[in-house]
Design a protein around this ligand. Structure first.
Ligand code: ATP
Length: 292
């Protein structure tokens, strides 16, 4: 009988993003704290009688060909395990696209995890993370999930226990604004790193301690200077979400999504009220633990 598997693919936020310098290979050396959250896509894998890989998606505009990261993940998995591909992948898209929430990467991660289970290959998490690194630099992190301090291009990961109890996370995404990650990095001019090195080490500690007052003073995202300047509507969302002065509010990755960390749902809902009237999609979620 043909098998089916349904998996959740969680989004991630960057709690701070430090763009250290541009490397010889053209990529940027980064420092970031990454956290998976409860907002997720749903991936359904169906074994098929016909050979090949097909992708469908609930959201129009997402590519369905071999450029879809879920498709790429399946290709890598079948190539490396010498299994003849015969699979359909359906993506129920809940994560906003091109919003700095790793939507494509997390779909790829779920496909690798799911195919490993469906075909009973018993690859370890480390094996899957290694495979994922060939698809995109965020993929190894979302395979593991939870909380990590990331370096390199985002692939050198040190995992930690996420804060307990979980923090409430507000995600606010301006409608009609898509930011190219490549554009944001190309337009960033790295500056003095010394003070950032010091505060970056303290960000993880403040976050894990749920010390939002300390975190607010320490946290920074270097790419805000690029994206907030070009897209004032993102700045407006950030200002409104900050207005209640109860959470830590910051752009995630290259944007345009803005997130707020709150100690509880009540303070999160109070902050969300300040977004009334703005063209924005809002999600009230929470931080989650690792996949495995
Ligand atoms: P990151 O934070 O990793 O830079 P992102 O969250 O900003 O990523 P995605 O949602 O992954 O961005 O979408 C970026 C582009 O990737 C989209 O414009 C889309 O064309 C392409 N893409 C490929 N596969 C997927 C997928 N499975 N889901 C969404 N977008 C995909």
């Amino acid at each position: 009988m043909k098998k089916t598997l349904i998996l959740q693919a969680p989004a991630k936020i960057n709690i701070g993003l430090w763009v250290k310098f541009k490397r010889q290979d053209g990529f940027h050396e980064l420092g970031s704290i990454m956290q998976t959250i409860s907002l997720h896509d749903i991936i359904t894998l169906n074994e098929t009688a016909e050979p090949g890989i097909t992708v469908s998606c609930s959201r129009p505009g997402v590519p369905l060909d071999s450029t879809n990261l879920a498709h790429r993940a399946a290709t890598v998995f079948f190539d490396q395990t010498n299994i003849h591909p015969a699979i359909s992948i359906h993506i129920e898209k809940k994560i906003p696209v091109a919003a700095g929430l790793a939507g494509g990467s997390t779909d790829a991660a779920a496909v690798l995890i799911g195919l490993n289970r469906l075909f009973d290959k018993r690859l370890t998490v480390a094996d899957l993370m290694h495979m994922g690194a060939t698809i995109g630099s965020d993929v190894p992190f979302v395979i593991h999930g939870g909380l990590a301090a990331a370096e390199g291009r985002g692939e050198k990961l040190a995992f930690h226990e996420p804060p307990r109890p979980p923090l409430t996370v507000v995600i606010a995404v301006p409608t009609g604004v898509a930011v190219s990650t490549k554009w944001a990095y190309e337009n960033y001019l790295p500056g003095n790193n010394e003070a950032k090195e010091r505060s970056f080490n303290q960000i993880l500690e403040a976050y894990r301690d749920r010390n939002l007052d300390a975190l607010k003073k320490l946290v920074f995202n270097d790419l805000e200077s690029v994206t907030l300047h070009r897209y004032p509507e993102v700045l407006r969302i950030k200002e409104r979400l900050c207005a209640s002065d109860e959470g830590v509010v910051m752009m995630s990755g290259s944007g345009p999504s803005v997130f707020g960390l709150f100690a509880d749902k009540r303070s999160a809902v109070r902050a969300v009220k300040n977004l009334d009237g703005l063209p924005v999609d809002v999600f009230v979620e929470h931080t989650v633990k690792k996949h495995f």
